[in-house]
Ligand binder design. Structure first.
Ligand SMILES: *Cc1c(COP(=O)(O)O)cnc(C)c1O
Length: 412
């Protein structure tokens, strides 16, 4: 999307607004799928990254499945038209009741602790198959908050506990159809994937009923100009080789699954904000915008870099700014950025905001969550309305006696 199109969207739909381009979503999806071409590969989009029903439909039309992490996500997926067979459910620390609900829906269940595995076996025996999330204890990822495969992580069943897994599976006659790992986000290195893959290949021989292996996600996208993104074609080549060899040894051709989130939607999206205030302090020039950490948390939570451009003043002289939000927190989108001169009312575009942007937004400071717009076939569509005061108070319940007491206190 060029600046003029984005400015038109800001004008039509107001700000702050998330804008996504479906052409980039499909381009990323196809690039990843094609990287594993000769294999029977299935991509389950990790819908927690961005779960608007229209985005889900775009991916469904590409043939994607979904990775859901809560029963609510499963219901959103069904609503978007996904069939249960195309949904993988990878929860963490949920109740057995929630897992039973998911079994009733008919999605693939991925279990990530031994207690749950034993409960599942005792309850279902061989009548419902499942997948096991294995923690291979590989340090991976760009940030300790998004690296989930290491030794202290709460995710998965430790690879050192496989003996116990096999005991449970044998005892209850369980059908383990998949092995899964997800070691973190922002992995650049093909070797990290391969190390994890090799560990899973070793373990696989203990499980005769496998239908698929799931290597999770962690594909990195470039946030800065000089950033590297994961070379998925290179990883694809390496994985294809090693997976084919594994299948030959295993004796059967298995499906290979991935569950990318960020890689599919991050670059498709930006957050359009308007400059409310340009404020010169003794040390800095702040550009204060009509959004904040309540709308895009990644810079504050993960120290993530998001490129910012002043799209209403292309020709303006470059100056140094700190771009901050309007929330009563130090919510800085970017320190010391060179932007074309920013004036009150200018529209700024914050890039790479498709993944974990809207989905992590909230109403802190009693502010409305942003609108969302999807550009599809070149046409911008409103896909989520901006919230209103009604949305803020919808679930609030008033205590009648407090109102009476208030009336009394007014009389005195
Ligand atoms: C969040 C998550 C993903 C997606 O990770 P990205 O870095 O966004 O690709 C994949 N699998 C599981 C189990 C997840 O929790």
């Amino acid at each position: 999307m060029n600046n003029i199109e984005l400015l038109n969207i800001a004008e039509t739909f107001g700000t702050p607004t998330y804008v996504y381009d479906s052409a980039i979503i499909t381009q990323q999806y196809r690039k990843l799928r094609n990287s594993f071409k000769p294999l029977n590969v299935k991509l389950h989009y990790a819908m927690k990254a961005l779960s608007n029903v229209n985005v889900l439909r775009v991916l469904k039309n590409e043939g994607a499945g979904l990775d859901a992490v809560s029963i609510q996500e499963i219901h959103l997926a069904l609503r978007a038209g996904f069939t249960p067979e195309t949904i993988m459910y990878t929860p963490n620390c949920v109740s057995f009741d929630e897992i039973k609900e998911a079994v009733e829906v008919g999605v693939t269940i991925n279990l990530d602790n031994l207690n749950m595995l034993e409960k599942f076996g005792a309850h279902y025996g061989d009548s419902v198959s499942c997948c096991i999330r294995i923690n291979p204890h590989i340090m991976a990822g760009g940030n300790s908050n998004i690296s989930v495969g290491h030794i202290d992580s709460k995710f998965g069943i430790s690879i050192h506990q496989m003996r116990h897994v096999v005991r449970i599976a044998d005892h209850y006659n369980m059908k383990i159809v998949g092995l899964h790992m997800h070691t973190g986000s922002d992995i650049l290195d093909a070797d990290v994937f391969l190390r994890g893959a090799n560990l899973l290949y070793d373990v696989a021989n203990e499980f005769p009923d496998l239908q698929f292996m799931d290597f999770g996600s962690g594909f990195k996208v470039a946030y800065r100009d000089q950033d590297m993104s994961t070379d998925v074609e290179h990883i694809g080549q390496k994985i294809v080789e090693s997976f084919q060899e594994f299948c030959t040894n295993y004796g059967r051709e298995l499906e290979l699954w991935f569950e990318p989130g960020k890689y599919i939607v991050s670059e498709s999206g930006c957050l359009l904000v308007k400059t409310n205030v340009v404020k010169q302090t003794t040390s800095t020039v702040f550009a204060g915008v009509d959004s904040g950490q309540n709308h895009l948390l990644r810079p504050m939570m993960y120290n993530a870099y998001h490129r910012i451009d002043n799209i209403s003043n292309d020709a303006g002289e470059k100056k140094l700014y700190s771009i901050v939000g309007n929330i009563c927190e130090s919510d800085t989108f970017g320190h010391d950025r060179l932007l074309n001169e920013v004036r009150e009312g200018d529209i700024l575009s914050i890039s790479n905001a498709g993944a974990y942007g809207f989905s992590m937004s909230n109403q802190y400071n009693a502010r409305f969550r942003p609108a969302e717009v999807l550009v599809h076939n070149g046409v911008p569509h409103l896909i989520r309305k901006r919230e209103t005061l009604d949305d803020l108070i919808r679930n609030e319940v008033e205590i009648p006696s407090l109102i009476e007491e208030e009336e009394l206190s007014n009389i005195h």
